[in-house]
Design a protein around this ligand. Structure first.
Ligand code: ZN
Length: 527
């Protein structure tokens, strides 16, 4: 089967990952890649950090730090947080010479093949300082939904808002200074030229797109698609390699495809592949299945503009899945690093075993709508639905430790196939849903917990318990690493006997520092 390429686009490199990040794209992508691999599928998981958005500049100003230092520090924090949460990408994008070269090569090709146009575009401009204002440099009203925010991707409606279209724009750094609109020639990708191909690709994806992305696509297709700037007249970013736009930089939000190609190339090389053409894994003849995981407010950049760039270039696989998520809230209020209303992934995994954190984030994750995290609910839900039933099931199973091998009935093989299919329905990229996976896990664990095991059906119980643990292991990485001889999920249950073995227990809190609570927790979960 063709490779599955799993991509969780990197967050802006201006801080650590909070639970909202983890509960959305990163945990999903990790579980999706682990599950695919356990079923014998070749999968590559790429993520990293996005180093060029001007939000890094505005955050650095607020913190009194150099943006170059902030982004390096943020990258280290992100990597440490992913590791603490058991999220193990194969490739991690950093800002280095090779990344710069990948980006430049990508845009030189896009330009060389005639897909970019030089257009006069209106930007807010500060006459007092001579600065053009884009994205994080400018705030105002969204012309689509009226929400207050910066230019670029609107967090509220998901539309991409050209800086010059913001209502009542003002500088984020100098809000007191007068702003005028000034035209400047920049290179753009006219998305309207790709309307027909975009419409037919999104028509194919329509049955599986989540509602917010489906709505955005519908709204965008109902109007003229924008000219998406590839270059900007600001000085933060990767210098644009074009004679027509001297002194300009590449618009950071257009790096999406080049970033993704690079992430997957790094992932393949971490498995021992020799570095080569960054596009090789996306070639149509390689037939990859590309699955993206991101917050729905990033949809325009990755799903719409990204697909348009891939269509323009041709010969590369188009993404087959855009698994989007909504906002996760903390105590019914939006996560906010600047207000200190935040729990980072490392704070949580320093307090509770990471399997519990993964389970709870999955169970309450914002797959389809805003959801809420509270620590009290987490402790209660993990105790009642995971730790206590699992520990009872493990104790019940270990009563048969010295009695193997035990016979497995045809009825149990059929039951195991049904259990595997329920997990597959939640964990295959087509209908991927962490909350559905956590729900299935809870239901199946409850069934094992209620099972009054007798000598006659102990083999069936052990057989279904073993299959359950294999299907739960992409989520419960430490339990799986310690409780399974290997992570493989059989395509079809064929066992006629099963041999009982010792099983790990789950703890509700950590003893002896991070990762000490779930035994075997220091291991990478079998990857
Ligand atoms: Zn909006």
């Amino acid at each position: 089967m063709a490779a599955l390429l799993v991509i969780a686009p990197g967050p802006t490199a201006n801080g650590d990952l909070h639970l909202g990040h983890l509960a959305g794209p990163f945990l999903s992508a990790d579980v999706c890649a682990r599950y695919a691999r356990a079923t014998g599928r070749d999968s590559l998981f790429g993520t990293g950090v996005h180093f060029t958005q001007n939000y890094i500049v505005t955050t650095a100003r607020r913190l009194g730090e150099a943006p170059e230092e902030l982004r390096l520090r943020a990258a280290e924090q992100v990597e440490a947080t992913l590791a603490a949460a058991g999220i193990v990408p194969d490739g991690f994008v950093r800002f280095d010479e090779r990344y710069l070269k990948t980006v430049r090569t990508f845009f030189e090709r896009l330009h060389g093949e005639g897909h970019l146009r030089l257009r006069k575009v209106r930007f807010p401009y500060l006459p007092d300082t001579g600065e053009y204002l884009t994205d994080a440099y400018v705030r105002g009203g969204c012309p689509v939904c009226l929400a207050e925010g910066c230019a670029g991707l609107c967090e509220n409606c998901g539309h991409w808002i050209a800086s010059g279209d913001l209502l009542d724009p003002r500088s984020t750094r100098h809000p007191e200074l007068p702003v005028e609109l000034r035209e400047k020639e920049v290179l753009v990708l006219p998305l309207e030229e790709h309307r027909t191909a975009l419409a037919s690709h999104f028509a194919r994806l329509a049955p599986t797109m989540r509602p917010r992305l489906a709505q955005l696509v519908e709204e965008l297709m109902a109007r003229r698609l924008p000219d998406y700037p590839i270059t900007l007249p600001i000085d933060w970013g990767i210098p644009a390699p074009f004679a027509e736009t001297p002194g300009q930089v590449l618009y950071s939000d257009t790096e999406t495809v080049a970033w993704s190609l690079h992430a997957i190339a790094l992932a393949a090389e971490s498995r021992g592949e020799v570095p080569g053409d960054e596009e090789r894994h996306w070639a149509l003849e390689a037939g990859p299945e590309v699955a993206y995981f991101f917050g729905s407010d990033a949809s325009f950049a990755f799903a719409l503009a990204g697909t348009a760039m891939l269509l323009a270039l041709g010969g590369l696989a188009l993404p087959a899945h855009f698994v989007t998520n909504e906002f996760y809230e903390l105590d019914s209020d939006k996560f906010s690093t600047s207000r200190g209303h935040v729990v980072t992934g490392r704070q949580l995994t320093a307090e509770v075993p990471r399997d519990l954190a993964r389970y709870y984030l999955a169970a309450t994750g914002p797959d389809f709508q805003r959801t809420n995290f509270t620590r009290a609910a987490m402790d209660r839900v993990c105790g009642q639905r995971l730790v206590e039933p699992w520990n009872r099931v493990a104790a019940k199973a270990e009563a048969y430790l010295d009695r193997g091998p035990l016979p497995v009935s045809a009825r149990s093989r059929h039951a195991a196939a049904l259990i595997a299919e329920r997990f597959a329905a939640a964990l295959r990229p087509r209908r991927f849903s962490l909350s559905a996976a956590a729900f299935t896990l809870t239901e199946q664990l409850g069934r094992l917990d209620r099972w009054e095991v007798t000598d006659a059906d102990a083999g069936d119980f052990w057989h279904e318990l073993d299959l359950f643990l294999r299907c739960a292991a992409p989520l419960l990485v430490d339990l799986g690493a310690e409780g399974l001889p290997d992570p493989a999920i059989p395509a079809e249950p064929t066992a006629t006997t099963v041999r009982p073995r010792a099983l790990p227990r789950l703890a509700t809190g950590l003893r002896g520092g991070p990762r000490g609570g779930a035994r075997g927790g220091a291991r990478g979960g079998g990857r």
